[in-house]
Ligand binder design. Structure first.
Ligand code: A2P
Length: 285
């Protein structure tokens, strides 16, 4: 069902709930910029913040949360395990540092940031499985409420399905008009894994596209709002990033219009553009 407000939730396969839009923080500098963006987002009604150990702003995210005046349990916090911390023992250690930097007792959602691949490891499958087993333990121990993956495509997810007990609840991948990754999205949906969109605005690259602008004009909305709405109407959870209070606010003003089926199709069928070129199959880290 399409969402009606920032506090509407998607239900995860582990029974937990996740607010349907989150503030992205990739490339938001730590310190005041992050603290302010988090406070602005929470003041605008967001209840979901997405960070990662590799964004180097977990401390700012934690401070923003505390300074917002909201209670810990009112805000859904995601962070991610960086690639250098893959493996069973390293993952168990890495989460402690994230908890410390965030200044929280638990993380709502912990994601493996990128799958290991054969460019870096002799046996990447064993590495992914060992990391995931640590995630299963973290969930059982209650340090993290939900566990998931990021940048995993079908072959990587199958590695987990084949060897592990718990399925990922979430998979966060690059998705925006011009790079919809429908194959991966459909595979996740078939397996009851919620898809989150990183770079839901194509990291800003799709915002000047004239075809999108024309469609956005039909609804009296910005291209950013059109992208976010398009993702929601696909049952995807967008994580738009901004450090500007006005953009943070307007990016959340997406619940008063519905993109028609014809316009959804027109956006779906745009030829590829705006792709970051970050592929889990070719990355060498
Ligand atoms: P800024 O942080 O200066 O606002 P994505 O979420 O796809 O990664 O895109 C983030 C990029 O898009 C950032 O450069 C961000 O810049 C910019 N951005 C976010 N929201 C808007 C908006 N409503 N209008 C224009 N640019 C935006």
């Amino acid at each position: 069902m399409v969402k009606n407000s920032l506090t509407d939730v998607y239900k995860l396969n582990d029974g937990n709930s996740i607010p349907c839009v989150g503030l992205g923080t990739w490339q938001t500098p730590d310190g005041e910029a992050t603290v302010q963006a988090v406070k602005d987002a929470l003041a605008a009604g967001y209840r979901h913040i997405d960070t990662a150990s590799a964004y180097y702003n977990e401390e700012g995210v934690g401070r923003g949360l505390r300074e917002s005046g909201l209670k810990r349990e009112e805000v859904f916090l995601t962070t991610k395990l960086w690639n250098t911390d893959r493996g069973y023992e390293s993952a168990l250690e890495a989460v402690q540092l994230s908890l410390k930097k965030l200044g929280v007792e638990y993380i709502d959602l912990y994601l493996i940031h990128w799958p290991a691949n054969e460019h870096v490891y002799d046996d990447p499958v064993a590495v992914n499985v060992a990391t995931w087993r640590a995630f299963e333990k973290l969930q059982k121990d209650g340090l993290v409420r939900s566990i998931g993956t990021s940048n995993f495509l079908e072959p990587h997810l199958k590695q987990i399905f084949d060897a592990c007990e718990i399925k990922p609840a979430v998979n966060q991948i690059e998705i925006h008009p011009g790079y919809p990754q429908f194959d991966a999205v459909n595979f996740c949906k078939q397996n009851d894994i919620l898809v989150e969109a990183w770079s839901p605005l194509g990291c800003g690259r799709v915002l000047t596209d004239e075809r999108l602008q024309k469609i956005a004009n039909l609804y009296g909305k910005s291209v950013a709002q059109l992208c976010i709405r398009w993702e929601l109407q696909h049952g995807i959870l967008p994580l738009p990033k901004s450090t500007h209070a006005d953009r943070i606010r307007t990016n959340a003003d997406v619940f008063d219009f519905v993109i028609s089926d014809a316009d959804m199709k027109a956006i779906d069928e745009l030829p590829e553009f705006g792709y970051s070129t970050f592929s889990p199959f070719t990355l060498k880290f």
